[in-house]
Every structure is written in C-alpha cells, then in structure tokens.
Write a new protein. Structure first.
Length: 208
C-alpha cells in the first residue's frame, strides 16, 4: 500500500515546506483542493519541480468539463488528478480521455456519494479511472458518530482498486491496509502533528 500525504494548506510556501519535510516517507504528494484554489495550477508545477521523483496528485475534484480541467492539470505537471465520482458520466469519461492523451492517471473521488456507494464505485471503475478514492471529507468527518469503518466496508465489497481518505491516523492505517486499499491518504494526521516528518515516518512504518 502506498502512502499519500494531502498538502491541505492554503499557501504554496506552506505546501513546499510540508512536502520537503515528508517527501522521504511518502509515495504521493497531493495538492489539496484548497491549495489549488488558492494558488492556482502553477502550484502543481512548483511541487512537481521540487519533487520530480514523486508522484504528484492534483485533487481537482472536477465536477464538470472533465476533459478540459484534467488537461489543464496534467499540462501543469500532475501525475494523477481527481474527478468527482458523483459527476456526470461524461465528465468522468472526459477526464479519462485527457489522462489517456497525457499518459497519466485519473482517480474518481467518491466524496458526497453515500447512498448506493458500492454500486457507483463499480460504475465509475468501468469508465477507465485508475482507481476510486473512497472518501469522507473534512465536514463529514466532523459529524458526530463518524467512523472510517463504513469506507473500509465499501472498499472490501466493491472488488475494484481503491484508496481511502477520511481522517486516517496511526490507529487506523493498519485496518485500511487490511481492507485492501492500494493507497492510504493522510492529511490532518501529518499536517497537524507537532513534527510532520516524524508523523509521516511513523505512518509509513505501520505499512507492511
Ligand atoms: O481531500 C481532502 C479534503 O476533501 C479537503 O480537500 C483531504 O485531503 C483528505 O480528506 C485527506 O485529509 P484527512 O481526512 O485530514 O486525512
């Protein structure tokens, strides 16, 4: 299982600091959606230039104009981008077409898909995405009673390649791997740690 750090900060200098601290311990550097909205697509270029040996994941969360938005992000240097799994099928297919053109990968982010999630995961998986991200966003995580277990159950059931994002910590990363995830996405557990490098290193060490 790969480890992906989500650089969920608003400014490029903060993202570059966080990526510099954590790159040795992670496989994928994710530009979080707030960072892309704040700094623009040039931030993708800057992170890739700083870490040419790492996979750079642009969390575009594209909801429309899939081919155009994916093309822009891949042209800026992204290796992987997200399109919303809840978007129109043609939006997903458009992003996949851009991925094929660039020889890069598209991930369907299942955030906001709660009802019939397994069935939608299987549908989008047939549209050519590399894998799905089974994801509870920060607002969903803040709701009382939130647990990552429902994400893991859906991953086990879906029978397709998936990543998990939803507040992964040192306490849950082993269960994410046991559920069969190909990528574990960690944002707050690294970003909010007193020592982000140590937090990333500790998470990586828990992956067998
Ligand atoms: O994608 C994310 C979220 O929607 C904000 O853009 C986060 O990067 C993702 O949820 C991982 O962060 P944590 O949940 O804090 O681990």
């Amino acid at each position: 299982m790969k480890l992906q750090v989500a650089l969920d900060v608003a400014k490029l200098d903060q993202a570059l600091t966080l990526s510099r601290l954590t790159a040795d311990y992670v496989d994928i550097l994710e530009l979080g959606t707030p960072l892309i909205k704040s700094e623009g697509l040039d931030a993708i270029t800057a992170i890739k230039a700083a870490h040419p040996d790492k996979l750079v994941f642009a969390d575009m969360k594209t909801a429309d104009a899939g081919e155009l938005e994916a093309d822009l992000a891949f042209s800026a240097g992204a290796d992987l981008i997200t399109v919303m799994g809840a978007a129109d099928d043609d939006t997903v297919r458009g992003a996949v077409a851009a991925g094929e053109k660039h020889g890069k990968e598209v991930v369907a982010d299942m955030i906001t898909v709660v009802d019939n999630r397994v069935s939608r995961i299987r549908e989008v998986s047939k549209m050519g995405v590399s894998f799905v991200e089974i994801h509870a966003g920060l607002d969903e995580q803040a709701k009382p009673g939130y647990t990552i277990d429902t994400l893991l159950d859906d991953g086990r059931q879906a029978g397709v390649p998936f990543s998990i994002a939803g507040g992964i910590t040192g306490d849950s990363i082993a269960s994410v791997q046991a559920a069969g995830a190909t990528v574990a996405v960690a944002g707050g557990a690294i970003r909010s740690a007193k020592d982000p490098a140590a937090a990333a290193k500790a998470l990586k060490a828990l992956i067998r």
